[in-house]
Design a protein around this ligand. Structure first.
Ligand SMILES: NC(=O)c1ccc[n+]([C@@H]2O[C@H](COP(=O)([O-])OP(=O)(O)OC[C@H]3O[C@@H](n4cnc5c(N)ncnc54)[C@H](OP(=O)(O)O)[C@@H]3O)[C@@H](O)[C@H]2O)c1
Length: 243
């Protein structure tokens, strides 16, 4: 059983939404938290923030994991994500394509590489939680780079999971779809035009019908089931499997 009091969690995108809820709940349970992102909104004695734009390769490359090697559990949560412009692929700007690909796919991979290099005690367990999405497994018009970058991250997570089973990667890893949450990302989806995204009305209805979970509820489920998330035969999972 993970003891959060002797854990440190590195979490990207703690300024709002799911990342902020996770950071606050980890802090409540006594963990140390290092947030990574462009904006800091959390004030807590056990919280530190590393300012970094994770859609910028140079800034990712200059990030280093330091200290905390003697904690019982060291956790990396790749939560930062962007939908990018919602529009048919041919209408996307190259800059938008690159930013979505780097933030959702390359940044988590480079952070995992550095995280695995972090020297820890023999007894320390490393956990990697990549925040995935059902959209990684289903083609959605207007979301080409979001679906494909998250699909890439999901496959990457499964390869690392396999390597860890062969004792060639020293971590536990999961790619977890968090379900639909009432965050800024959902607002961006609802604000899109039907000519750019044919199913926009469905997402407007989710909000109207009260079908969205709060980020706090999702974070609570993740933390309550934390250890269980990593004991599966596959890295791909959804929070819908947990209560
Ligand atoms: N909301 C949903 O229904 C839903 C469903 C499935 C999956 N997800 C996934 O859940 C995760 C969290 O999403 P959310 O709904 O909480 O979204 P959100 O409210 O839009 O929050 C996104 C977070 O990502 C960070 N971020 C964005 N661009 C960044 C950049 N260039 N560098 C570093 N950090 C950046 C933001 O921080 P800064 O802007 O301060 O940098 C923010 O804290 C994402 O990976 C998303 O794909 C969400």
């Amino acid at each position: 059983m993970i003891d959060l009091k002797s854990s440190v969690a590195f979490i990207s995108g703690t300024s709002r939404g799911l990342g902020q809820s996770l950071a606050l709940q980890f802090l409540d349970q006594g963990a140390d938290v290092i947030g990574i992102g462009r904006t800091s909104t959390i004030e807590h004695s056990n919280y530190q923030h590393v300012f970094s734009d994770l859609s910028d390769l140079e800034q990712i490359q200059s990030f280093t994991f330091k200290g905390y090697a003697d904690h019982q559990s060291v956790i990396l949560i790749n939560n930062s994500g962007r939908l990018g412009k919602v529009a048919p692929f041919q209408e996307l700007e190259e800059d938008d394509i690159v930013k979505t690909s780097v933030l959702n796919f390359i940044a988590p991979i480079l952070l995992i590489k550095k995280f695995l290099d972090l020297q820890c005690n023999e007894s320390t367990t490393k956990y990697v939680l990549n925040v995935g999405t059902g959209a990684a497994f289903q083609a959605i018009d207007g979301w080409s780079m979001y679906c494909s970058s998250k699909a890439g991250l999901s496959m990457f997570s499964n390869v690392i999971h396999l390597e860890s089973q062969l004792d060639r990667a020293k971590c536990k890893i999961v790619d977890l779809a968090p379900g639909i949450m009432d965050t800024q990302m959902q607002k961006e989806i609802r604000d899109s035009e039907p000519s750019d995204f044919s199913n926009v009305e469905k997402f407007v209805d989710y909000k109207k019908d009260g079908d969205l979970q709060t980020a706090d509820q999702t974070a609570e489920l993740i933390i309550r089931n934390f250890e269980k998330l990593f004991n599966k035969n596959t890295a791909s999972d959804t929070i819908r499997n947990y209560t």
